[in-house]
Design a protein around this ligand. Structure first.
Ligand SMILES: [Fe+2]
Ligand SMILES: [Fe+2]
Length: 269
């Protein structure tokens, strides 16, 4: 088997349609519009666009789960034990077990919500972040930034399930959320262990994490105000090893991004 499998070689059948992240964000069915107008708003059942946005988000979760499975699987194989200790690989193997279950749950939830595989495109950013060759960066970018985002997304979807009177959605999201907290915690713990004696390496990994976080705060996609469809889940992030300063930083990115988008609209419109 090949080490460091490039994104182009991921196995997908004909139902899957690739898009790059920018296109994914720009796809109106994904709740965004091409000119980066602030079209985002908190996901609430009484809003007319809510069912379609929730379905689109569900499809995004589904493809994210496949890539999370692929990413954790690669980490069990890509590195020698000297670079990634056996105990880290065992944690990643355990994560694969969770992600496989999440893929199955997400397919069924998608059907439950009235969508099917391939109705929306697949952006492969999660797997691409998992292609970095330093395991510390991989843990920061995937387990902390992207699975941290998964915590926010699942918590938002759980609340949406509760608000729209859908116990199937509510409980499935709650169970997946519990798993994601452990995945992010593994990322936090291993990042600390791997970089214990190398502060520069830790800083590089955290820099990568910030870059990924920034991307997903674009236009206020994730934040703490009513303008953000995805709400930051502070309590669950704390359980996963984020300190208050780190969470404030992510909230700050969202506020910054909303202000930038507004300034841009002010200039052009
Ligand atoms: Fe997952
Ligand atoms: Fe996960």
């Amino acid at each position: 088997m090949k080490r460091f499998l490039p994104v182009e070689e991921l196995a997908r059948d004909e139902r899957f349609i690739r898009s790059d992240l920018a296109e994914g964000f720009a796809d109106p069915r994904n709740g965004r519009v091409r000119d980066r107008t602030i079209s985002t708003a908190r996901l609430q059942p009484d809003r007319a666009a809510a069912p379609d946005r929730a379905r689109s988000l569900m499809h995004g979760i589904f493809v994210g789960e496949i890539q999370a499975l692929e990413a954790a699987g690669r980490t069990t194989f890509d590195f020698d034990d000297a670079d990634a200790p056996f105990a880290l690989k065992l944690d990643m193997a355990r994560q694969c077990w969770d992600e496989s279950r999440h893929v199955e749950i997400s397919v069924k939830l998608g059907e439950h919500m009235g969508t099917e595989i391939g109705e929306y495109t697949e952006a492969t950013f999660l797997y691409e972040a998992a292609c970095v060759t330093d395991p510390a960066m991989r843990l920061a970018g995937v387990n902390r930034a992207l699975e941290g985002l998964a915590i926010d997304v699942f918590n938002t979807m759980k609340d949406f399930g509760e608000a729209s009177g859908d116990p199937v959605l509510q409980f499935c999201e709650d169970w997946m959320l519990a798993d994601e907290v452990t995945h992010v915690k593994m990322g936090s713990d291993w990042l600390r262990r791997l970089t214990e004696r190398d502060p520069e390496r830790r800083e590089r990994a955290l820099e990568f994490q910030r870059a990924v976080d920034k991307l997903f705060s674009l236009g206020g996609f994730r934040g703490e105000t009513d303008e953000s469809p995805i709400q930051i889940a502070r309590r669950f992030r704390e359980l996963a090893g984020f300190d208050t300063k780190e969470i404030d930083e992510i909230a700050g990115l969202a506020a910054e991004s909303i202000a930038e988008t507004r300034a841009l609209l002010g200039k052009t419109g």
